[in-house]
Design a protein around this ligand. Structure first.
Ligand SMILES: Cc1ncc(COP(=O)(O)O)c(C=O)c1O
Length: 393
């Protein structure tokens, strides 16, 4: 491997959310932080080089996104995902969560029903509730270690909904929705005149043997109802550079989104984010392929270790994302007790499954985007704590 993902980078005292908010989030400073979805790996060298080059210019006045920026997105999406998009379809957002909030404002009215599929990324809930829309749940079904969409329930709920917010691939369940699943979902939305906000931020992070399909690539009809959200932020560990894209081939949808973006005047972005995004999408293939190989090994480590030594913890093996959903329901701990056990007894900073809504009780989300030694340390801590708990209980 050309890139060294084993390298330990000390992120403490760098204003890192994952490390420097431990006291605030877990009330404990020494938990191994495996929660917020960024990586402990260095952002790749070709991105750093591009930022340094721009930095050396030493003038940071108002800036635009050049044609080459858009072309790098178009080329990446075509090369990696076989989806042909056009510059006129691409809008900017500083992040996917703000983009989803803007989309809610652009396409729905207070009181409108918006569907989500829990357990799911928690800001989806807030995007609906904080904007006074009505939250409708279409809970996923867990069968034989994979999450599936409950289409019967979805069809029923789509009848009077205005929007569906989809996580493709799914966080935290890890399902990479198949083309057939997406086609079915898309056709149901078209039939019921429901827009789909397809959050595809994890699209690049798919393991071998699985294939990500951009929802909007399936048919023109589905594309007409879809707004797609992508970013280099998760893929290349550059979330703090706040640069992502909102894509729709439907001119009316794009214009409505742009109107909200313009109204709050945050469309300019950040020159370093622009430069970094272009470098990522232009030079990122080899690095990403190696990252996925490394992450797959971390995944194997968690699976093998839990199976062999802590069978009470069952990993839902993700098809994509570096987030591992751990089924802890065989432990005789629930809710607050399970959370406290992970923090106090195991010294682990996971995401409490309950924050992802219905179906999250009894689960923990573990971020494995870190050197394998950290994953191993966490598993050892977990094993010890569970053994202690078993012998005391
Ligand atoms: C499904 C999903 N969407 C969006 C985000 C965050 O997006 P952003 O940081 O661009 O707002 C995350 C981060 O974990 C995520 O998992």
């Amino acid at each position: 491997m050309k890139y060294n993902f084993d390298e330990f980078v000390n992120r403490e005292s760098t204003a890192s959310v994952k490390y420097d908010l431990r006291k605030e989030i877990f009330e404990k400073e020494d938990v191994i932080p495996m929660w917020v979805a960024d990586m402990d790996f260095k952002t790749p060298d070709f991105i750093i080089k591009a930022i340094k080059k721009r930095l050396n210019h030493e003038v940071f006045g108002y800036s635009i996104r050049p044609k080459s920026y858009y072309q790098s997105i178009i080329d990446w999406v075509k090369r990696r995902h076989n989806w042909e998009i056009k510059k006129e379809w691409i809008s900017f957002s500083p992040g996917i969560v703000p983009a989803i909030n803007m989309a809610v404002l652009a396409y729905t009215y207070p009181g409108d029903k918006i569907i989500i599929q829990p357990p799911v990324y928690h800001p989806f809930f807030y995007a609906i509730k904080n904007n006074d829309r009505e939250l409708v749940e279409n809970p996923l079904n867990l069968r034989n270690g994979r999450y599936f969409i409950n289409f019967q329930d979805l069809e029923y709920k789509l009848k009077d909904a205005k929007m569906l917010i989809l996580s493709n691939p799914h966080n935290p369940g890890g399902s990479v929705w198949t083309k057939e699943e997406l086609e079915k979902l898309g056709e149901l939305c078209v039939k019921n005149n429901v827009l789909v906000m397809s959050d595809e931020i994890h699209a690049d992070l798919v393991y071998k043997n699985y294939a990500y399909t951009p929802l909007a690539s399936i048919s023109n009809e589905i594309a007409n109802y879809t707004v797609t959200f992508i970013a280099p932020s998760k893929t290349f560990n550059m979330a703090a550079l706040a640069t992502s894209s909102v894509i729709s081939s439907n001119k009316e949808l794009k214009e409505k989104y742009d109107k909200v973006l313009d109204a709050i005047h945050i469309g300019m972005g950040n020159v370093f984010g622009t430069v970094a995004s272009e470098a990522a999408y232009t030079h990122g293939d080899e690095w990403l392929d190696q990252l996925m190989e490394y992450l797959e090994k971390n995944l194997n480590l968690v699976e093998d270790y839990t199976k062999a030594k802590i069978p009470q913890i069952k990993m839902i093996r993700p098809e994509g994302t570096y987030l591992v959903w751990l089924d802890c329901s065989d432990l005789d701990l629930k809710g607050k007790d399970l959370k406290n056990f992970m923090i106090e007894d195991a010294g682990l900073g996971f995401n409490d499954g309950r924050m992802f809504g219905t179906g999250g009780e009894g689960f923990m989300r573990m971020n494995i985007a870190c050197p394998k030694q950290i994953v191993l340390d966490a598993l050892i801590r977990l094993e010890k704590a569970i053994n202690n708990h078993n012998s005391n209980g």
